[in-house]
Write a protein that binds this ligand. Structure first.
Ligand code: URA
Length: 480
């Protein structure tokens, strides 16, 4: 019997080296025992037989798909995974196509293990909640999480990218991950008592959750499947779930019965202002003029025109679709949930929002009232066309190096025609007027994605698009 003791629960390289040496010497799976150092003090603990020498210099190959799957499956908590992986490797030497046999019990078990690890990783991405300890300059964010499998090292880079500007620690019983703003590090697991439970962000989470909870869209079954109960005790919003579900039917009935909230409209002139000469346009006069725009009927129900905002010589002009509910009330673009998503992505891409000009293709909020809610409606082509002259005049007044069109409505306005997003995104395009443009998705598309994994992936893609803008600007600033 050969005893192999791996360095840790996630020691894939150790397993790979041992498995290769054993297989080359023809040592059958039933003759190998796999251990992990420090996990069983009763056992010889770190006893490990020397790896057999490959004196004949033989070699064998396994499909790349196996290596990929093994790297994931080895993170499963089942103690038999090392032996199972070795058995599969052993069999693959003779039957190279074994992985295509979905009904083979070893193949099916390893696939299930890899799947469970991936699922656990996604749950960690979705359900880690940081609590702030310390204040301002000394603040540090700490989260407690109990993964099903050994996924901390796998999941940590996601948090590093997402929360690059915070110093944080994720504590788990297996392993703790730490980010100090420069490097990721790992220390041994701790007990739950070492994680903070309450802080000033708690209330923020609860009010955020209450505000995004839509009782009319409640699907308890789907919610339970997405957010299994075992995660609830680490979620600040968990205490709200039961009361919100219990009151959902009553609240949505009263929402339907209630009158639409009358928007708080500022006093407006009946007649539109006369159009001023565009040669003298500057952003302040344009804003004033646009406040009385009647070019399409959307002004009638909206609270006010939401004009663009940003420095008069900003090198980037970001164009969205139209103001949402929060923007309509505030009179400023991108201040609601899509705006927060945009702010985060800009920061991650290295772009300072205060230095860019942010506007919308359509400058009035289009909605239908549903009880107390004003439901966003996509602007149609005549509305986009009617508003385009504001975009053109803003563009002329600002004269940016780059226009970033976020989403289909923005792209239609920027290019003057319907422009598919996925086909055109992520590359610099020359506009007819000699300026440059970049197409990407709208941040609210990311907010709408129901699947945490897809959301994380698409968010990274969005940030990557914005980095193209940052790079172009860096290059043109250096050339200037
Ligand atoms: N969505 C937009 O397109 N613009 C905003 O200002 C807010 C949300």
């Amino acid at each position: 019997m050969h005893i192999i003791t791996l360095g840790s629960e996630t020691d894939f390289e150790g397993w790979r080296k041992a498995a290769r040496a054993l297989a080359l010497q023809g040592i059958a799976p039933r003759d190998v025992t796999w251990n992990v150092r420090g996990t069983d003090p009763e056992l010889f603990d770190s006893r490990s037989d020397p790896l057999p020498e490959n004196s004949q210099g033989g070699a064998f190959n396994v499909p790349a798909q196996f290596v990929e799957m093994a790297q994931t499956a080895i993170l499963h908590r089942a103690p038999e995974r090392f032996a199972l992986l070795y058995r599969l490797l052993w069999r693959l030497r003779i039957n190279h196509d074994l992985l295509s046999l979905a009904t083979d019990p070893d193949v099916a078990r390893i696939r299930d293990m890899a799947k469970a690890v991936r699922r656990d990783e996604h749950k960690m991405h979705a359900f880690v909640r940081f609590r702030e300890i310390g204040r301002e300059r000394n603040s540090h964010f700490v989260a407690w999480f109990e993964p099903d499998h050994h996924i901390v090292e796998l999941a940590a880079p996601f948090f590093m990218r997402r929360f690059a500007d915070m110093e944080w620690s994720i504590l788990t019983p297996d392993l703790c991950a730490h980010w100090d703003g420069h490097a990721l590090s790992f220390t041994s697991g701790v007990s739950r008592d070492e994680a903070p439970s309450e802080d000033r962000l708690e209330e923020f989470w609860r009010s955020y959750y209450t505000s995004i909870f839509n009782p009319a869209r409640l699907k308890v079954k789907a919610m339970r499947a997405e957010m299994p109960k075992k995660y609830w005790r680490n979620l600040p919003e968990a205490s709200l779930i039961k009361p919100l579900i219990a009151s959902a039917a009553r609240v949505s009935h009263s929402m339907i019965a209630a009158e639409a909230t009358a928007p708080n409209k500022p006093q407006r002139r009946e007649q539109p202002m006369a159009r001023k000469s565009s040669s003298s346009d500057n952003l302040a006069t344009l804003r004033e003029e646009a406040a009385d725009c009647r070019a399409c009927p959307l002004w009638k129900d909206a609270t006010q025109t939401v004009f663009g905002e940003g420095p008069a010589h900003a090198p980037i002009m970001l164009v969205g679709e139209q103001p949402g509910d929060k923007e309509d009330l505030a009179g400023k673009p991108f201040v609601g949930p899509a705006g927060q998503m945009l702010d985060r992505a800009l920061k991650e891409a290295g772009i300072d929002r205060a230095k860019v000009y942010v506007t919308n293709a359509v400058k009035h909020f289009k909605f239908v009232p549903r009880g107390k809610i004003r439901l966003h409606q996509k602007p149609n082509t005549p509305e986009i066309r009617a508003c385009r002259s504001w975009y053109e005049r803003e563009l002329a007044a600002l004269n940016p190096t780059l226009v970033v069109a976020m989403g289909a409505t923005a792209a239609q306005s920027v290019f003057g025609k319907i422009t598919p997003i996925q086909k055109n995104r992520g590359r610099i395009v020359d506009l007819d007027d000699g300026r440059k443009a970049l197409v990407t998705v709208h941040p609210s598309y990311l907010l709408r994605l129901p699947d945490a994994d897809a959301k994380a992936r698409e968010y990274e893609h969005f940030v990557a698009d914005l980095k193209i803008a940052a790079k172009l600007l860096g290059a043109s600033a250096r050339a200037a």
